[in-house]
Design a protein around this ligand. Structure first.
Ligand code: C2E
Ligand code: MG
Ligand code: MG
Length: 705
């Protein structure tokens, strides 16, 4: 080969190498020297001056983990006999001039000498860092996605819009309760399982994304699971568009969101429903009443009414029979009311024993009243409880739309005022709101705060009315009767403030005070006017005082402070208080009886006590109500009632006190039927302590005279 030809060849080779991406190396096995082409060096960012002919110049830069492979490969090439003659290829990492790690692909071939033994290995190497990292990144992101999908429990789907084929991942099918083989590869395999109400929405969402009206698909819908249950799913996806910007493919994930969805629906439900009965709550009722008000304002039309239904004496059932029985009463009542409710009307539970009902589309008030009575009747059917029939009644207040309401709260408030009136008028009634009720309510509120202040300022006082022995007409004891000494109105009788005090609970502190005051008074009189049978004192107690142990502790405290014989204290309880809650009352009465305190059934005959209870009550006195006493003078069968009560008492070994004795004829008759004691204007009117004391002094001097 001529030198110029050789020169040209070298030149051509060098140009070709520079243009290419590969550097050349040539290892002479005999001398151990290696030729590295300039491109070989520049690929690694080594300078022109970095010249060496040692193999170490190369291998020292190779990353240790990869060096083993590279050395092993080269060694195999140098020792193999006979030579394969086939090129080898290996990918490895190397540090470049700046110590950065690069991926290289190294190809080589072994050249044999005349003796057939390897003399050189010639090869090239190129930088493939970019390709490898891209591959790695891709693999990583694929792995990451697969992991994420698995972690998020997502199913995957991939829909070829051109062929209509859909790939559903095994997880996708599993979420629907199906085996891989049970679901095909058509879009109908998906859509046919979607709940029919949700299908149009899902199709619209897909459509909108495909038309690029939405950047991506994201939609919640229900699907029928293989086990027949309904599951909520969230689908997310994106479309891929072809050159003509026509969608060719859409792929995405599907997530089971049943749990979240149920919690959401539950929360929504809870915000507007009562936990115990599942009925709508106050918020929902107010909302519906608001809608009715709006509707009427805008379009006029038919009337509507709001009923407020309160169970009578629910509290005493709850107190005496326990909260779980109370709950049972409430759920049973709710179910009964629900049965009576007309479709379209709203029945809500407003508080413990209070229900609200919106009655829509009615013509007039009488129609509302008919419906109200239907609800009342539903409640009034007896309940079986602990093998006993318990009868519950309801008091209902009605507010009618013609009153002209602006706000739903106002309508509910007025229904509530009417309900309170129904209670005050004896319960188990329906009352309609009128504006006088509102005034009355304001008045009540005013009196209540006045009453509280009156108590604190010591305006309450006790009057005493003698109870006399009918045979001798001597004073045997007294009844303490509360009065309110009003700075302007003068003496206010109990009828004007006791009911309100009972309603508001003020009667509890009032009663405690009265008990102490009356026992202190009788202690003083017993001391001053000693008798073989000490003078006794009767004190009235009302039902709120029976609610807890406050009565017992108040009695104990009074007895301890005054030291009177317990048998000279009588507590007067009306029949109706006892009958409201016989068991609970009997317990407390027994406890009192064990303390030797005496008990009187007040206003006897006006209530509806069953005789069976009367036998069980640990009472020692019956007080015949004055309404019967006043009938005596009419004669005939009216006298019979008094006679029956008197003989009943004697059968039960109870004392009898006749109340309201105003005339001598009455006294004479009562004596004839063996009524032992009498109380009334005939003998003495209720009076302050000093006037009563004068009577006692009189009696003492009279008897001694
Ligand atoms: P009550 O316990 O039945 O008291 C008897 C009522 O009859 C008293 O009315 C008394 O003044 C009245 N009275 C007595 N003799 C005659 C008579 O001959 N003719 C007529 N027409 N009436 C007579 P008062 O003092 O107005 O008390 C009314 C009710 O208020 C009492 O009825 C009692 O239920 C209640 N009350 C009074 N003081 C208290 C109290 O300290 N605590 C509680 N819880 N209630 C009380
Ligand atoms: Mg009384
Ligand atoms: Mg009475």
């Amino acid at each position: 080969m001529s030198s110029s030809l050789l020169q040209k060849l070298v030149e051509r080779y060098e140009l070709a190498e520079r243009a290419g991406r590969e550097g050349v190396w040539d290892w002479y096995l005999r001398t151990g020297r290696v030729y590295y082409s300039p491109r070989w060096r520049s690929v690694l960012g080594l300078s022109e001056d970095d010249v060496s002919e040692s193999l170490a110049f190369w291998l020292d830069r190779v990353v240790p983990e990869d060096l083993i492979w590279l050395q092993a490969t080269l060694e195999e090439e140098t020792t193999a006999t006979p030579l394969s003659g086939k090129p080898f290829q290996i990918e490895y990492r190397i540090r470049d001039g700046q110590s950065l790690i690069r991926w290289m692909v190294c190809r080589g071939v072994t050249v044999a000498g005349e003796d057939g033994r390897p003399t050189r290995i010639v090869g090239s190497q190129a930088d493939i860092t970019e390709r490898v990292t891209a591959e790695q990144r891709l693999r990583q992101s694929e792995e990451r996605y697969a992991l994420a999908a698995r972690g998020a429990n997502d199913g995957l789907w991939d829909w070829r819009l051109d062929t209509g084929e859909v790939y559903y991942s095994p997880r996708w099918k599993e979420m629907l309760g199906h085996l891989d083989s049970e679901i095909g590869n058509r879009v109908s395999d998906w859509l046919s399982r979607v709940a029919s109400e949700d299908l149009p929405g899902l199709e619209a969402a897909i459509e909108m994304h495909l038309k690029r009206e939405r950047s991506h698909l994201e939609h919640e819908f229900r699907i029928c699971h293989a086990d027949g249950s309904e599951r909520w799913f969230l689908v997310r996806g994106v479309a891929i568009y072809g050159f003509d910007s026509f969608p060719i493919r859409m792929a995405g994930s599907m997530t089971d969101i049943t749990g979240r969805k149920k919690a959401e629906l539950r929360l929504q439900f809870n915000a507007f429903h009562d936990g115990l009965t599942g009925l709508p709550n106050r918020a929902l009722l107010l909302d519906r009443v608001g809608q009715s008000l709006d509707r009427q304002k805008r379009w006029g039309g038919r009337h509507f009414a709001v009923l407020l239904l309160d169970l009578d004496r629910f509290k005493s059932i709850n107190d005496s029979m326990g909260a779980s029985m109370g709950d049972l009463v409430l759920t049973t009542s709710a179910a009964r009311l629900l049965r009576v409710r007309r479709t379209g009307d709203t029945l809500a539970r407003l508080s413990a024993d209070e229900f609200g009902i919106l009655i829509e589309e009615i013509d007039d008030l009488p129609e509302a009243l008919v419906i109200a009575h239907r609800f009342a009747d539903a409640v009034a059917r007896p309940f079986k409880m602990d093998n006993r029939d318990v009868v519950l009644t309801a008091s209902i207040g009605v507010a009618f739309s013609t009153t002209g309401y602006e706000k739903p709260d106002d309508m509910l408030r007025d229904a509530s005022l009417a309900m309170v009136r129904a209670k005050a008028n004896g319960r188990a009634r329906v009352e309609v709101f009128d504006s006088r009720l509102r005034e009355h309510a304001m008045e009540q509120m005013r009196i209540e705060s006045e009453l509280r202040a009156a108590f604190e300022q010591g305006q309450l006082c006790l009057f005493y009315q003698p109870i006399v022995d009918m045979a001798t007409r001597r004073i045997a004891g007294f009844e303490a009767l509360m009065r309110w000494r009003h700075p302007e109105r003068g003496l206010v009788p109990p009828i004007h403030f006791i009911p309100l005090a009972e309603e508001t609970g003020l009667i509890v502190p009032f009663g405690r005070w009265a008990l102490l005051e009356a026992t202190q008074q009788i202690a003083a009189w017993q001391k001053r006017f000693p008798r073989p049978h000490p003078l006794f004192m009767s004190v009235n107690v009302s039902s709120p005082q029976f609610r807890d142990d406050t009565l017992l502790t108040a009695v104990l405290q009074s007895l301890k402070e005054t030291g009177i014989p317990p048998s000279s204290l009588k507590l007067e309880i009306t029949e109706s208080v006892v009958m409201q809650n016989p068991e609970h009352c009997t317990d407390i009465m027994n406890a009192l009886r064990n303390m030797d305190v005496r008990l009187s059934i007040d206003d006897f005959g006006t209530g509806y006590s069953s005789l069976s209870y009367l036998y069980k009550l640990p009472a020692d006195t019956l007080k015949i109500d004055k309404s019967f006493v006043s009938l005596i003078r009419n004669g005939g069968e009216n006298t019979a009632i008094v006679q029956v009560i008197a003989s009943l008492a004697s059968v039960l070994h109870m004392d009898v006190v006749a109340e309201g004795v105003e005339h001598e004829e009455e006294a004479a008759f009562l004596r004839r039927v063996s009524c032992k004691y009498g109380q009334g204007y005939l003998f003495a009117r209720p009076a302050p302590a000093d006037q009563i004391e004068a009577l006692l002094v009189n009696e003492a001097t009279g008897s001694s005279a």
